[in-house]
Each structure stands twice: as C-alpha cells, then as structure tokens.
Design a protein around this ligand. Structure first.
Ligand code: PMP
Length: 457
C-alpha cells in the first residue's frame, strides 16, 4: 500500500497530487479528481479506496500480459543485482539476447537500436532514414510522409510526424520535413465509392505527394499498420500493398510504427504481419515490456544497417546516443515478457478474444449512437455519431459521459480521435491479452448496459 508519510487517505493523496503532480494530457479538474491506482492483478486495477476496475485499455494500450506478473519483476530484480546498468556504446548480454529474440519475432533480418519510449524509437528511425540516404548517395532525401489522425509521439520530431491537430496545437511550428495525407477512413469515404476504390485513392495520395515533392527529397513513409489512437482506422489489404509498392518504386523507406500494434495486440506478433508487409524499419515500445519498465526499439533491416557498419570516417556511423536505452533490467524483463507470451500462447489468445469481443459487440450497431465498429485483433473502436445518415460525430460530452458511466460500474475504456478536427468520438477497447473469459464477459456486459442507458440520448 502507498505510504503517503501522513495519516491521510485518498483525500490527502488527491490534495498532494494536485499540488505536486502535472498529469499527461488530462487537464486539471476540481470536479474530476484523478483515480489513484494502488495495485493491479490480471486485468484489474485497485484504487486507494479499494475499488476495483477492469482495465479495458491495458493502461495506455500497453500492459499486454496483465498486471502482477511476478516473473517479470523477478527477471528485472535478478538483472539489477547482477548488472543494473551499462551503456550500449558497448554491450551486455540482456540486450544481445533480446535483440536476437526480436529478430525471431520480426521474422526478418533486422538490427536493433534500443531507446526508452515510442517517441524516441521513432526519432531514431527518422534519423537513421535520413543518414542512410545521405550515405548511399541520396543526400536530399529528408522528408517523411505520415497520415492525418496517426500518432507517433510527443517529442518535437515524432510530434511533427503526428497527424492530430489536437496534439500539436500551441506547440507549432514543428519540423517542416513532415508531410501528411488523409488516412483510409473507410467509414467516412465519399458516397458511391467502394472500399477498394477509396483505399486505392488514399494510397494514390502518397504516390502523388512523392511525385510532387520530388522523390529525391523523400526519405520515408511512416505509418501504423492500423491507426489506433486516431480512431481505430483499419485499411484494406490493397491499401498497404500499394504503400509497400510505392515505397519500393521510389526508394522511400517504409517505417512501421508498431508501438501499439506490436507484441500480440493485433493477433499476430506484429501488426504488419497480418498484411504480409516487409517494412524497412519497425519501431516498438509499450508491449515490449508490457510497460513494466520503459524500453523501446528501432529495428532496422540489416542491409540498411550495412550503410553504417564499416564507416571509414568519423561521421558515418549512427551518431545518436541514448543513456538509458537498452537498460539491462528492462531488456531482461522484456525477454521474459516475450517468453511468457509464448508459453501462454497470448498472441493467438489475443486473436480469439478480439474476434469474440467484436462479434458480441456487433449488436451495438443497432444502437442509435453507434455508427461503426471496427477491430484489429484485440483493439476495438466504436465510432459514435448523432446521426447515422450524415455520420455527424457525437459530441465529446456524450463520449465522456459514456466513459464516466462505465467507470462508475468498474470498467475503464478509452476514447480517441482528434478534438480540434471535431472527431473525438471513438470509444476504444484494448484489454490485456491475458484477460480471462470472465473478464471479457464483464467488459461486454457493462459496456452494453451503459450503452443501453444512453440509447435515448
Ligand atoms: N507511436 C504510437 C503509435 C503510439 O501510440 C505512441 C504512444 N501512444 C507513440 C508512438 C509514442 O510512444 P511514447 O508515449 O512511449 O513516447
């Protein structure tokens, strides 16, 4: 139990929280004090007052194996006693073993650069892409193409790649080297277009941009296999096939941001494997350690790494350093985390749970507020609208009220989209991959009951 150093309970903790802590994204609110989590077990979180909640978002889409895994704590503990730190300017065994394991999971030939967060993994990817082109006779390739609604991180470079106005608002101007195209949001495609035509048109926007910008200035395309935080936007296979084709046609590197989709969340080890893609660079974080410790990775195709390997001058190696990246305890824990997923068959389980969740929630399509339901493995998005014909997004207040009502009944769910653009109307679900059938029953029961309460609003 948390020792506050006083006799105070939750009330005092909240006072201290308000005085000393600056929260992520969430605005300060007198009316809505933060929930203060005290412990976790399986898919459940207990707060300071002893209330239990099913974490239908796995934290921030990251606690893939669930809470309270002794095996992970022990792996980190043992490694901390053995060797708590050594910089990856040199090497250590946990990083070597984990890099080898990641290669196995990636089913390709990659070399791994470790950092601590998804943002940093993407920063490393952007720098690697630029430097690679410079060292292979393409010095002007510095631009990166991303999609609106995609999220790639909070640091200035990864935020530049992010296509959500709400995140950038008040921090611009950012890097001018990042360009955006519209995502393949099939639910909002123009009337009369088939999904296939629309997806091809969205992919064509990337090729057009490469051509108009001048292919010799474009370093990379970055995308998640499926846009997660921007509203669970699932492309057609043909879209990603075309993206892969365009990238190879113009010599542009394809960076797959697997920060959320990776590590079983999609029902495959990595999201892009569902589409048979061969990315040049894969970035990952969150599920890599199931968020027990910070760790991220940038996996780079081996032949790209070759352009850095035998550098003959002082400036041709990758001149990037990350003090904590690849911390030995984090690597040892990540390795155990991947082993656990293998031992318990959690990747396949995510596919089964995801399918069940989607099927059982499909009846909500009859609900007056539900415009669309989409899923990718164990990620589900429920798009709320006020009018099913015009597809007018439901107001943020309604979305928040639904989330609040779920919380009242012990279920944490998320919302995603882009407030500035007027879309913040997608409820999101991403429970731990190790959720039990009872956990899923509870999630479905509460969500349906809450949605029923809102059927008349
Ligand atoms: N990419 C994606 C797809 C993400 O969802 C996130 C975080 N939500 C990031 C990158 C950035 O990760 P981090 O917050 O660890 O920097």
């Amino acid at each position: 139990m948390l020792n506050l150093g006083t006799t105070g309970g939750t009330e005092e903790a909240i006072l201290k929280d308000r005085r000393y802590l600056w929260h992520n994204i969430t605005p300060y609110s007198e009316q809505n004090p933060p929930m203060i989590a005290a412990s976790g077990s399986g898919s459940w979180i207990t707060d300071l007052d002893g209330n239990r909640y099913l974490d239908g978002m796995s934290g921030l889409w990251c606690v893939n194996v669930g809470y309270g895994r002794k095996e992970l704590a022990e792996a980190a503990y043992r490694q901390m006693l053995e060797l708590p730190y050594f910089p990856l300017t040199q090497s250590h065994m946990p990083a070597i073993k984990l890099a080898e394991k990641l290669n196995e999971w990636l089913e390709g030939d990659y070399v791994i650069f470790f950092s601590n967060s998804g943002s940093e993994a993407n920063e490393a990817a952007f720098k690697i892409a630029r430097q690679y082109h410079q060292q292979t006779g393409q010095p002007f390739r510095h631009k990166t193409i991303a999609r609106y609604r995609g999220y790639h991180g909070s640091s200035m470079g990864s935020l530049s790649a992010t296509g959500q106005a709400q995140r950038k608002y008040k921090y611009e101007p950012l890097s001018g080297s990042f360009l955006h195209v519209s995502p393949p949001d099939g639910y909002r495609r123009p009337p009369g277009q088939t999904l296939e035509q629309f997806n091809l048109q969205c992919a064509q926007a990337i090729e057009d941009m490469v051509i108009w910008e001048g292919a010799e200035t474009v370093a990379a395309v970055i995308m998640e296999p499926v846009i997660t935080g921007g509203g669970v936007i699932v492309p057609e296979q043909i879209y990603l096939d075309r993206v892969q084709e365009i990238c190879s046609k113009y010599g542009v590197l394809l960076i797959m941001d697997e920060v959320i989709c990776g590590f079983g969340r999609s029902g495959r080890k990595f999201g892009h494997q569902n589409f048979g893609l061969k990315p040049d660079i894969v970035t990952m974080a969150k599920g890599l350690t199931s968020a027990y410790l910070p760790l991220s990775a940038t996996a780079v195709r081996k032949d790209i790494y070759e352009a850095f390997k035998d550098s003959t001058d002082e400036y041709s190696h990758f001149r990037h350093v990350n003090t904590f990246g690849g911390n030995p305890a984090a690597c040892a824990l990540a390795l155990r985390n991947l082993e656990l997923m293998e031992e318990e068959g959690l990747v396949a389980r995510a596919a089964v749970l995801g399918e069940r969740l989607y099927e059982e929630l499909s009846e909500l399509l009859e609900h007056p507020l539900v415009g669309d339901i989409r899923h990718f493995g164990l990620i589900t998005g429920i798009e709320l609208v006020t009018d099913k014909t015009t597809r007018q997004p439901a107001p943020l207040d309604t979305v928040k009220a639904i989330i609040g009502a779920c919380k009242q009944q012990g279920l944490i769910i998320g919302k995603n989209g882009d407030t500035v653009a007027g879309f913040n109307n997608v409820l999101t679900l991403a429970p731990p991959l190790a959720s039990t059938d009872d956990d899923l029953d509870f999630l479905i029961k509460v969500l349906k009951a809450v949605m029923n309460e809102f059927a008349g609003s």
